[in-house]
Design a protein around this ligand. Sequence first.
Ligand SMILES: Cc1ncc(COP(=O)(O)O)c(C=O)c1O
Length: 410
Amino acid sequence: MMMPKAGKNWDSLEKEMLARGEGDAKWREGKTAVYVFNAGEEVTEVQKKAYTLYMSENGLGPAAFPSLNQMEQEVIAMALSLLHGPEGSCGTITSGGTDSITMAIKAARDLARNEKHLVGQLNIVIPYSAHPAFDKASMLMELEVRRIPIGTDYLADVDAMAKAVDDHTIMLVGSAPSFPYGLIDPIIALGKIAEEKNLWLHVDACVGGYIAPFVRMNGINIPDFDFSVTGVKSISADLHKYGYCAKGASTVLFRTEALKQHMVFDCKNWPGGRMVTPTLAGTRPGGAISAAWAIMNFLGIDGYKAKQKAVCDAREIIEKGASELGFEILGHPVLGIVAFSHPTLSIFAIYKQMFLRGWVTSLTTEPKALHLMLSPFHLTVTDTYLEDLKLSTAQVESGDTDAVTESRYS
Ligand SMILES: Cc1ncc(COP(=O)(O)O)c(C=O)c1O
């Protein structure tokens, strides 16, 4: 497409943009359980307003924008207070989970190089269920990734991971929870190994960091998974997932300032003067920071507790309904992700029927299972989901898979 010679007016552009969105997943109706976190209209409004207030400002310049700097510090302080950050712990807002994970690995690698004087091929040891962001970051930094098979409980196999460690391992990883199964790895046991072997343990709480603390406050028993486990050196926790903040916002947190210092990039060998950046980004969108600060203050502990209760209630209703239809829940999820397999029927065929009924959700491949990452809004559509699941399952069972004729998003 060529750039138009003359600019167009906003009204016509807005119309065209809205028309383009008509083919997108109808997440506002609750039929999407991946990519988007729907905490309701009120939260969306605050996100939008708070984002636009600081949309043009740049987190790259904390001295120019002390407002953003203060908001970032306060977001990090709130994050650390939720995740048992000890005295001296610290962190930074990043653009997302992949960014947070990359920066934690960079810090661990530079610590290994600078303080342990490790050279040659370095590696990280992660459970098979860990997010591909670890592979991406390792590819960038030329690290070897040792993905270790998980147990039959879908959790990290701590003994197998310990055996995979050698004197060139720079990091151990556990997820809280893993994306495919929504289950929290045994972080306490991983922490013990990390301490015994003097290793950096990173907890990937991208998807759990801002839900698990509130689920616990709501009375559900969750084993320690954060800085309360002394072997944990860093945590990634995404604001733009269960923190319900605008997209482009995560947190990477460190047990000490000394650890975090290995993340920071500092360069003065160019004519523009010294440039110090905490994360991979140069320019850091002010809106992502201001929206995060606003949402955390808008919801507060009570608001998050209520939203996360709605998520867990939705999950429990769906778990019960799916079990009654013959599905098997993978493990015992306690947060917002649930995956369920079927002992006899083709999961992919059921997925297709659900997709034709407008549901945009995920799948796991080992075992083949339907996968939902639920939002508070889903509590209002559990009946519809289970009805559609019943119909789809019956169709696949009877081989009558041509029956759905409605459009994808009807
Ligand atoms: C457990 C986990 N880690 C990391 C990520 C990566 O986050 P992002 O997509 O924000 O880069 C995700 C994304 O779903 C995730 O679920």
